[in-house]
Design a protein around this ligand. Sequence first.
Ligand SMILES: C[S@@+](CC[C@H](N)C(=O)[O-])C[C@H]1O[C@@H](n2cnc3c(N)ncnc32)[C@H](O)[C@@H]1O
Length: 448
Amino acid sequence: MSDNDTDTRAEQTQPAQPQSSLQMKPEALPAAFRAFLRDNDIDEDAYTAAFEHLDLRYIRLSKRVQLKEEELGAEFPGIRPVPWCPGFYAMPHTAKLASSALYTNGHVYGMDVSSGAAVTALQIQPGDHCLDLCCAPGAKLCMMSDLSGEEGSVTGVDVSRERLAACRTLLLKYKHDNVRLYLADGRSFSTSAPAPPQPCSCHCRLDVNGSDGDRHGSDDATRDRAQQQQEQQEQQQQQHEQPLQQHGHPRPGRRKIPKRDRMHFVNGMFYCARPLLERYRLDRPAQAVGGGCTCHTHSRLYDKVMVDAECTHDGSIKHIIKYNEWGWDTFERRFFDPHRIETLEALQRQLLTTGFSLLRPGGRLVYSTCSFAKRQNESIISWFLDATPTARLLPADLPSSTPHTHPREQRLKHCIKFNPKVSGTSGLFVAVITKTEASRQQADVATD
Ligand SMILES: C[S@@+](CC[C@H](N)C(=O)[O-])C[C@H]1O[C@@H](n2cnc3c(N)ncnc32)[C@H](O)[C@@H]1O
């Protein structure tokens, strides 16, 4: 649930916006914001024109329930499936989601369909181990959890304790038990993917607990050394995964987190539910020991990585327009603080770099923002591709009817954008990157 997505808290505290309030005059936009739009070649029209389809909101069905169209229609009149994103439905913005039985019973999620497209672009397969480096409050995380299934896992990381607590509430509500959450700075996150449940087929026999099997020695002394080494690594890791708040996500109106929803962190980590803990021994971060196997499975890199980076949120048009009522000074203070803008692009570059370093060769990484600004999107991607010989941009491979930018309008090949004027969704930039095998070959040579 990004700012593009239905936020349970916002929904409970803010009345649904009538359609008329989704329209405003250009002069009502604050000067700093208009200058930002001009500097970034962003069309002011997006905020000031009346768009009928901005009056839509979207839901996603939980994978665990089978609902008939009639059941959905009875609860949400006017609802219809989104043909290009399976499991998603569009309905009038005035539909009461938070008070509906389907929502309170955890059968549907409030999630913008552009966010759904970003997750779809990851092409998650059952059994995949996924990383979500800026996960809170967690709509994409929940979808990733559904897609990776019981044999897969999702590791969620966020720097904001408050937002991560909202994420945890969501995971508990929807009973996602293949997710672990970390309160950590995504720029320096280094915890590997969970250990595989089975010894892998490359004969190295590295077992579930991260200790070596036959090939790398299996006696008690070796195990003790491995365990010591693992504990040392864990301590070092925790030292640099302390929460940093300076890029905490701004949101209007803080809500006190109920006691039952507060997170109980153990050494900076919270594990969502027991099943994942039991399957993968997540009570300690999995580490390949003894410099052993370099096969994909045991290098413990992630199959899929989502970097839904912190940004200026200027593409969340419905959200931005609400500042007309909430007060633009809050917006200027929170989004356009000069220091924040200055450091934002560096943050985005670092998050992308870290996400990529944790991606396995051949895996897929999605970089997304809900900004229209080239400097936070295409420029970051171009910089990264220039700096990283093993990175390659891929087409998002979404269904052809997906209403994103036409290839002719793409500023950078394969990078797509959802423009609310055209798509009826919130604004979102999506780029898909893969890691070529070159890095794998290098790793193999190093261990030979
Ligand atoms: C666009 S929101 C993510 C929305 C989320 N992916 C979802 O679908 O609900 C960006 C998130 O990045 C987090 N963030 C900011 N700086 C960070 C950092 N250095 N490391 C990790 N997370 C960070 C913010 O707290 C915020 O929750």
